[in-house]
Design a protein around this ligand. Structure first.
Ligand code: DX5
Ligand code: ZN
Length: 223
């Protein structure tokens, strides 16, 4: 049984939305989800580029949901201020790009942003362990970052489990988020391992009925 606190939360990844109808797609799912996951890529830390502050500014008026910005960037901290300015609420940066994220965490806090660390599939939980008290959230990647629509990597559940154990042992109120290949078939195991927040792109925006897809994810998470 999972020792996670509170109900499972769903964070649609807009990377899988139809960018020609981005505002409409966000407005459709917004009343049914808990935060919006926004993937920002630099074409360097990951082999893809996605979107940045100009697009985030345009979608900010569509919903009051928290904007969770997953920064797949080597110089993410240079964008904290521009991201806050266009309405980001929380930024997550990769531990692989910031082996000591202490300074970046303070910069985010000074700007009033929530802060989190991200681990790629091969990165051990120990890499973030010294920095857990700087975090609101830790994101475990369950695919290699850069692209939507990839298959869930089950071995990453071990990272979620050891993170859950460590956070509970230290009584730290840090959410565990999981991102990549989350669908009704994989979400249950991720919940069981101890994740709190579930990012889903293709499973929501690739579905014929995205609202029904969110409800299916919630049911499977608690199943
Ligand atoms: C991948 C991104 C994910 C991606 C998830 O680099 O971080 O947020 O959009 O997409 P799905 O849910 O399709 O695996
Ligand atoms: Zn992401």
């Amino acid at each position: 049984m999972s020792s996670s606190r509170g109900p499972a939360r769903i964070a649609p990844s807009i990377l899988a939305a139809d960018f020609a109808r981005l505002g409409e797609e966000i407005a459709m799912v917004a009343p049914h989800v808990d935060m919006l996951h926004i993937d920002v890529m630099d074409g360097h830390f990951v082999p893809n580029v996605s979107l940045g502050p100009p697009v985030i500014r345009c979608i900010r008026p569509v919903t009051e949901l928290p904007f969770d910005c997953h920064l797949m960037m080597t110089n993410a901290d240079a964008y904290f201020d521009p991201l806050r300015e266009v309405g980001a609420d929380l930024v997550t940066i990769h531990i692989e790009a910031y082996p000591d994220p202490t300074r970046a965490a303070s910069q985010a806090r000074e700007l009033g942003l929530g802060f989190g660390l991200v681990l790629n599939p091969p990165t051990p939980m120990a890499a973030v362990e010294p920095f857990l008290d700087l975090c609101d959230l830790v994101l475990v990647m369950s695919v290699h970052p850069g692209f939507g629509g990839q298959a869930f990597i089950p071995a990453t559940l071990a990272t979620v489990r050891s993170l859950r154990e460590t956070l509970d042992r230290r009584s730290l109120a840090v959410d565990i988020q999981i991102d990549g290949g989350i669908d009704p078939d994989t979400i249950g195991a991720a919940r069981e391992a101890g994740a709190d927040v579930f990012v889903a792109g293709s499973a929501i925006f690739g579905a014929a009925d995205p609202v029904a897809a969110v409800e299916a994810l919630r049911r499977s998470a608690e199943g």
